[in-house]
Write a protein that binds this ligand. Sequence first.
Ligand SMILES: NC(=O)c1ccc[n+]([C@@H]2O[C@H](COP(=O)([O-])OP(=O)(O)OC[C@H]3O[C@@H](n4cnc5c(N)ncnc54)[C@H](O)[C@@H]3O)[C@@H](O)[C@H]2O)c1
Length: 274
Amino acid sequence: MSLSCAIKILRNTHSLLVISGSGISQESGIPTYGGDDGLYQDESRILCLDDLRHNRYKVWSAVNTMRRLMYDKKPNRAHEILALWEKNAVFSHFLLATQNIDNLHSEAGSNRVCEIHGNVWKLAQKKSQLYTESQEFSDELLLVNHPEYREDILKKWSEENGYDVWSDKQIFAAIPPDFEDNVRPHIHFFDEPYNSKLLWVDDFAKRKVNTVLVIGCSGKVNVVHRIIQRVKEYNPSTEIIDINCQKNDVVADIHLRGKATEILQLLGENLGDL
Ligand SMILES: NC(=O)c1ccc[n+]([C@@H]2O[C@H](COP(=O)([O-])OP(=O)(O)OC[C@H]3O[C@@H](n4cnc5c(N)ncnc54)[C@H](O)[C@@H]3O)[C@@H](O)[C@H]2O)c1
């Protein structure tokens, strides 16, 4: 019943906003935020702005730990179907706002991805305590993106920090030594304001969203409610569909209980264009 209602809603949707959380990557083998093996059960991975100022070792160790956990993980069918919806223009207007930092949506082929909590594989220049979306990397960091220089720079950083070079993905040394004052991880810290990171989502919401599809979010992180509230301000009749294998805190018109891959597959088959 809920599934058929969701299909009907999606068939009539012109503008779709997807909000994805750690549950969508769970089937790729990345632990979620909560749960017994949750990514943040270990407090040393909870990063605050104060750590950026006073505990750089904690910051870079946490980032590298997360990179080690994520580097060999691949997008699953749920990531793929969202990428196909975008590629095949199943919806006239489409935006994917993800809380995830694992880059799996982009790896699956999604382009219209707003990474509201940043990306564990990117670095940002720390112009102030906060960084903006238009941050520019320093010259040496830019060179890291050129395969012909990457090995040398990683090797240098690695030697200076006593780490091994990981060449299959850009896993950096614990602390990039020459940039201690102006480089920071791109990921969003726990006590950090969103500032411009929600601009794209807000701009999309302004043009009226018919449906919000929330996938694998517990709702414990307030930004999900904040985005839904914003969308409803612009269009009070927006329908909210929630996909989650468990009961959670997301207030929705329709709850589809099950694994993200299985439910997305069913929705995809019924919407066609897969
Ligand atoms: N993969 C990642 O990048 C990653 C992983 C862990 C945490 N985080 C960060 O931690 C925060 C977590 O908040 P959150 O709400 O995303 O996560 P959360 O852990 O609070 O909630 C995850 C939700 O996903 C559900 N879930 C688990 N497996 C699922 C599956 N296979 N299919 C459908 N639902 C499933 C759970 O029931 C839970 O409600 C985010 O801010 C994010 O930045 C990111």
